[in-house]
Design a protein around this ligand. Structure first.
Ligand SMILES: NC(=O)c1ccc[n+]([C@@H]2O[C@H](COP(=O)([O-])OP(=O)(O)OC[C@H]3O[C@@H](n4cnc5c(N)ncnc54)[C@H](OP(=O)(O)O)[C@@H]3O)[C@@H](O)[C@H]2O)c1
Length: 414
């Protein structure tokens, strides 16, 4: 028995009282907890709220742990008691640094949902060496951003290699169906990134680099300019529009590629956008949506106009009802890959879940479960990693079996 096995909990879900955390608690209980073999607990800053979640999911024996954010002693204690910390506390940049540090120190695997680019860069710079030496695997963005993109690209590339004996040099991945509901926690996390970069030009330049999450010695790789406006795409035969979370997903995919020493070739290009349909009405709708999204996400957060606009966004504690969450699914991505010799593949990722909360919770929990199952297996080293690099096919199969998230191929053209 290793020191890891002797820890009190296999998985602790930290942030179980939030919109995504509640869905995650239910999923963990239904999928893994009910069988009785998983030693798990839910944690958060408020015991009363945790008790209510425990009642709602019908798990009367579940342990409850009071763990506030940004508390080094509490984080240390939790990281020493668990094999995997599964975190949904938000904004992570404000509350989760101590937890990441504690996990890196104690060799505790950690997964979260954060796509706060400035914070992810800072965490990698500060704690990657420590996590490597302790064996802790730290994986951020384990939800709708960026699992379908990260595992989707790996799946398409594996299929290209199998069918054609060569990798794709270019993959375009487009969000197709699904409604993304933004809760107060998500909105606050996004605002945190905007404010951090608005007040620090060097940070803004770093984050603007399309390879900004790559290991420091590999901050390179071929990229197309990010899509900024609505544009017709001949491959998809419809309009594409900018996809706001594409900025996170593309950087995670590029980090995965850099972590594998550019296994698809240094000229591999990955693009992400949103499908907008065909015809003039679709084009106009997409242009309007792009215009309003830009006002929200690209305005200077210090200006009076943007501050007023942001004051209209959801407040911390606001979010969709369970019924709305259910109605926001299903979601899907469509991918087209092209090899150097001109062969093409079309693939997809499809899920009955909503993207923002239910689907995200399922993906996060399955990541935690796979971290638990693969601990100590060959080739699994510590450090800041990604879902495709650390878990790959294991997680894809788990998602297909338990969360009904499907990765498939539509057509192959040699
Ligand atoms: N990757 C993805 O696809 C994806 C999808 C959805 C969400 N997210 C991200 O996931 C995060 C959570 O989103 P959400 O919608 O679940 O947000 P939320 O409902 O606002 O949940 C925030 C959580 O953080 C906790 N928290 C806040 N301040 C805390 C503190 N000082 N100490 C300890 N805990 C604290 C809250 O606890 P209380 O309940 O006690 O307030 C709550 O559990 C956000 O960063 C969001 O951007 C990512």
């Amino acid at each position: 028995m290793t020191a890891q096995d002797a820890r009190q909990y296999d998985i602790v879900l930290w942030g179980a009282t939030g919109f995504t955390g509640r869905q995650a608690a239910r999923y963990l209980h239904e999928t893994y907890g009910k069988q009785g073999t998983l030693r798990w607990a839910i944690a958060g800053r408020d015991l009363g709220r945790l008790r209510r979640i425990r009642d709602q999911i019908g798990a009367p024996d579940l342990s409850l742990l009071q763990v506030p954010g940004a508390d080094a002693a509490a984080a240390d204690k939790l990281a020493r008691s668990a094999r995997v910390i599964c975190a949904t506390v938000a904004p992570a940049a404000q509350y989760a640094t101590e937890m990441v540090a504690a996990c890196a120190r104690h060799g505790t695997d950690y997964c979260d949902l954060s796509g706060e680019l400035h914070w992810l860069r800072r965490m990698i710079d500060q704690y990657d060496d420590l996590a490597r030496s302790s064996g802790a695997r730290i994986i951020n963005a384990c939800g709708f951003d960026s699992i379908p993109s990260d595992l989707g690209v790996q799946f398409l590339q594996q299929t290209a290699q199998e069918k054609f004996g060569e990798y794709c040099v270019h993959i375009k991945n487009c969000f197709d169906k699904g409604h993304i509901a933004v809760s107060g926690g998500s909105f606050a996390s996004g605002l945190g990134v905007m404010k951090a970069v608005a007040n620090d030009q060097a940070l803004a330049d770093l984050i603007a680099d399309p390879n900004s999450l790559n290991p420091r010695d590999r901050m390179r790789g071929a990229c197309n300019p990010e899509l900024k406006q609505v544009q017709f795409d001949a491959d998809f035969n419809q309009y594409l529009m900018p996809f706001p979370v594409g900025g996170i997903n593309t950087r995670i995919v590029r980090r995965s590629h850099a972590l594998t020493n550019f296994q698809y070739g240094e000229d591999f290009v990955y693009d992400e956008a949103k499908l907008a349909g065909s015809g003039l009405a679709a084009k106009t709708r997409a242009q309007l949506e792009t215009f309003f999204t830009k006002l929200f996400v690209e305005g200077d957060p210090n200006s009076a106009f943007t501050r007023t606009l942001h004051s209209l966004g959801p407040k911390v504690g606001d979010g969709p009802s369970d019924e709305q969450i259910r109605r926001n699914g299903p979601f899907s991505f469509e991918m087209i890959g092209r090899t150097r010799s001109g062969k093409t593949l079309r693939g997809y990722v499809f899920s009955e879940w909503d993207p923002g909360h239910g689907g995200t919770a399922a993906m996060l929990c399955d990541t935690a479960w796979c971290l638990l199952q693969t601990r100590g297996s060959a080739g699994n080293q510590g450090g800041f990693t990604t879902t495709s690099v650390a878990l790959g096919d294991t997680l894809r199969q788990q998602l297909a079996t338990h969360a009904g998230i499907e990765f498939g191929i539509r057509s192959v053209r040699s």
